[in-house]
Design a protein around this ligand. Structure first.
Ligand SMILES: Cc1cc2nc3c(=O)[nH]c(=O)nc-3n(C[C@H](O)[C@H](O)[C@H](O)COP(=O)(O)OP(=O)(O)OC[C@H]3O[C@@H](n4cnc5c(N)ncnc54)[C@H](O)[C@@H]3O)c2cc1C
Length: 500
């Protein structure tokens, strides 16, 4: 009898479903964890569903050559105060990089530092023009343009391998795409906020920072986190969201927050049922997922430093983007001398190519590059480790950055960030200013957590409206009520009456 009463009461309230939690958070990267921290603060129940065996997402640390190295994010970007805050909260060992600590070498070993000075000056002059153009773009006076067009306005036309690699250092290295695809508005708005990077050499790894952050508000080995659960369908109705995984488990929640990368969303958007509306899909397709590959190179302990003491080594090669940047992880303040680890970074199409190559091929290419730069007697590395993300099914790329065409205007961003029914979104790609970075993931996760909380508490649940009502055209005839007329028309009407 009691059961019958409960069933009737439940039917009357419309709550026929059994919820596993109020909110299902899909993905345990920094955005998912940050959203969870907000819900935890407000005592809203959640379950985090993660396909991988670990939390942290694109913050992932592994042992290589006797050191803990970063497979994904290796540092903190953002406003200096925010970086310092994270560094001191988590007691992270590391150092701010010095982008001025750089040498340039040709692929045949020629030191190009003197010629590089002239090229930097030329580029810096162009960058002054780019900043002026950006100001006009921001003020709405002119449309966004590619960084290539903006730089050409400043008379920057790279014609030599040296100029190419200098351009890569300032642009591709940061936004992971060529200037022709880069939005000037997007690039400059990020550089306005941050031009500093704190490189972590912490031997617990940045992944451990994620774990410590999660432990501050939840039990990371408790029932609130489900690892090894790869989501393959998200079914949403007016009253619930049910999420199924490839292992056959189904979770039921009142809401969901999806934090999958843009790469995953682009390739698997058929996981949503009903499908995402066109206005949402449009923003997802326009948000470009980049390729950025880190190649760790370890030399035997018998090898003595042949690469020098500067933090960055640029490799000027006739093929633009061919292993252009080497980070000297033994530069002062990073790893101790004798660690013998260099880090190569490749971006864009070259990164996609390298990700697909076999380890042995990459090792042979890196060895040839080093022999070209430092002489044929240069020792072969003992091991290389390619940290490629384009083939990783849980990311399908490295991080996003604004591309020209997705001009980051407020309406675009509103649609990108908007919920679709009971499904909310968060991740590095959704932040207006720090998209692409850990800081952006955290900001976006917290923002979405607060939005969902406001929806649950106060029923404030705004959703993007693809066709907002157009304001009625302003009346133009003198028959209209006088107070509804624009000032110029009103004056003209009064003048006409006066002249009659
Ligand atoms: C090589 C590289 C270098 C970087 N360098 C820096 C840097 O120096 N500084 C910086 O600030 N940022 C850097 N970043 C960017 C930074 O790491 C990301 O912006 C940030 O980690 C993204 O967090 P997120 O929570 O938005 O996404 P993610 O970390 O990708 O989290 C999403 C989670 O969803 C999970 N998931 C995906 N699909 C499914 C599925 N179907 N089912 C279940 N789970 C799924 C994933 O496994 C992942 O855990 C770098 C990134 C890369 C790849």
């Amino acid at each position: 009898m009691m059961l019958l009463v409960c069933a009737v009461a439940s039917l009357m309230s419309g709550a026929s479903a059994q919820f596993d939690a109020d909110v299902l958070i899909l993905g345990a990267g920094y955005a998912g964890l940050s959203a969870a921290s907000v819900l935890a603060k407000h005592n809203i129940s959640f379950i985090i569903i993660e396909g991988n065996w670990r939390i942290g997402g694109r913050a992932w640390s592994v042992m290589f050559g006797g050191k803990m190295v970063e497979v994904g994010s290796m540092g903190l970007h953002g406003p200096e105060a925010s970086i310092n805050n994270t560094v001191s909260n988590y007691n992270i060992t590391g150092k701010y990089v010095d982008y001025e600590s750089v040498v340039v070498k040709s692929h045949q070993g020629q030191a190009l530092d003197t010629q590089a000075e002239a090229a930097w000056t030329k580029l810096q002059n162009a960058q002054k023009i780019v900043k002026n153009l950006y100001r006009e773009i921001k003020e709405g006076k002119i449309a966004d343009m590619s960084m290539r067009v903006a730089l050409e306005n400043g008379q920057w036309f790279p014609r030599t391998p040296l100029e190419d690699v200098i351009e890569i250092y300032d642009y591709d290295f940061e936004f992971s795409k060529v200037p022709a695809l880069m939005s000037t508005r997007g690039f400059q708005s990020v550089s306005d906020i941050q031009d500093k990077m704190f490189l972590s050499t912490d031997q617990r790894g940045l992944q451990d920072v994620m774990e410590r952050f999660a432990s501050s508000f939840m039990n990371t080995s408790g029932p609130q986190i489900k690892l090894f659960e790869s989501v393959d369908s998200i079914n949403h109705t007016d009253t619930s969201v049910s999420v199924s995984t490839t292992g056959g488990t189904t979770f039921m929640g009142k809401y969901a927050i999806v934090t999958f990368s843009m790469g995953v969303l682009k390739s698997n958007n058929d996981m949503f049922n009903p499908p995402l509306p066109a206005w949402k899909l449009d923003t997802i397709y326009k948000t470009n997922m980049n390729a950025y590959t880190q190649i760790y190179v370890k030399f035997a302990s018998t090898v003595t430093n042949f690469w020098g003491s500067e933090q960055y080594i640029l490799h000027a090669h006739p093929r633009r983007g061919y292993y252009p940047i080497i980070i000297n992880l033994e530069a002062m303040g990073f790893f101790p001398t004798g660690t013998n680890i260099l880090l190569f970074v490749v971006t864009g199409e070259e990164a996609r190519r390298v990700d697909r190559e076999r380890n042995a091929t990459v090792k042979a290419e890196v060895t040839a590059v080093l022999k070209g730069m430092y002489g044929q007697e240069t020792p072969e590395p003992e091991r290389v480790f390619v940290a490629g993300w384009t083939g990783n099914p849980y990311t399908l790329g490295s991080f996003t950055s604004r591309q020209v065409g997705d001009d980051g205007n407020p309406r675009f961003m509103e649609a990108l960030k908007s919920r679709v029914g009971r499904v909310y979104f968060a991740g590095e790609a959704y932040d207006d200013v720090m998209d692409g970075f850990l800081e952006g993931a955290s900001r976006s996760g917290k923002h979405t957590g607060v939005k969902l909380w406001e929806c649950m508490m106060d029923n404030k649940c705004p959703q993007f409206n693809p066709s907002p009502p157009t304001p009625p055209p302003s009346p133009t005839t003198c028959e209209a009520p006088l107070l509804s007329l624009p000032l110029a028309t009103l004056l003209a009407c009064m003048m006409a009456v006066f002249l009659k």
